[in-house]
Structure formats: structure tokens, C-alpha cells
Design a protein around this ligand. Structure first.
Ligand SMILES: [Zn+2]
Length: 131
């Protein structure tokens, strides 16, 4: 990938991870394929049309998203909707995982406020709504 393309991707969301919204250093930015390359036909967000369109995973600026290491690692080859579900699954999974007693006690003391009904919204989606 050219340096110019990489810079364009970095600037898409003003140096933020397109998914969680965390500020990322240029050198730490990973480039995610919205529609995974090894997937067939999946929908992707088309900013110009303002809607999801069906497409195939490809190497193009339209299919790139700036991502932090954590989001890119977790999304792997998932589609957007699978990633959204995975984030939710992770949160609910805390109640059954290795740290379940700490999580439950933290909830009991109000240090963690569970919002499992909350919709998982990506940073780039929030930006569109506020446009
Ligand atoms: Zn992120």
C-alpha cells in the first residue's frame, strides 16, 4: 500500500479508530477491510449513497478503515454486523468468564454499570448521525 493511501486512511476519521473512536498514532494505525477480503458478497457502508450496499471484499480506499490494534485484532475477518455481535458477546461473556466474581462485585457496587441492551454503535456511525 502506498504511503499516500495509508495517510488518506489515517485522515478518514481524523486520526481516530473508525470502530471504537480511540485516538491512534499514525504509526500504530492498522488498516481494516470493512468487507473482509476472504468473504464473498457482503454489505458495506457507502458514505456517498448514505446506505449499505452489497459488495465484495477488495483492496480499495472505499473498503479501508483506520483501526486500532484491539479492534482490528478482534474484528479479524468478520463483517461489520458480526463484529457488532462479537462486541456484545464479549461484554455478556464477562459474567461467565474468569473474572466473573470481580465483574459481579463491581456491578453490585456500581463501579460497572451493565448496559447489555445498548446497541453497539461504531464511531464512524456516530459521526454520520451527527453530520
Ligand atoms: Zn478501536
Amino acid at each position: 500500500m502506498s504511503k499516500e493511501t495509508r495517510l488518506k486512511v489515517y485522515r478518514m476519521y481524523d486520526g481516530h479508530c473508525a470502530y471504537c473512536g480511540k485516538v491512534i498514532e499514525y504509526k500504530d494505525m492498522q488498516i481494516d477491510h470493512i468487507v473482509p477480503k476472504n468473504r464473498g458478497m457482503y454489505s458495506r457502508w457507502d458514505g456517498k449513497q448514505g446506505k449499505f450496499v452489497v459488495t465484495q471484499g477488495e483492496d480499495s480506499l472505499e473498503n479501508y478503515m483506520p483501526a486500532c490494534r484491539a479492534c482490528n485484532f478482534r474484528k479479524r475477518d468478520m463483517t461489520l454486523e458480526q463484529f457488532r455481535e462479537e462486541i456484545k458477546r464479549q461484554a455478556v461473556g464477562l459474567l461467565r468468564g474468569a473474572a466473573k466474581f470481580q465483574v459481579k462485585m463491581s456491578i453490585a457496587y456500581g463501579l460497572i454499570v451493565p448496559q447489555f441492551d445498548k446497541e453497539v454503535e461504531f464511531y464512524f456511525e456516530k459521526l454520520k448521525i451527527n453530520d
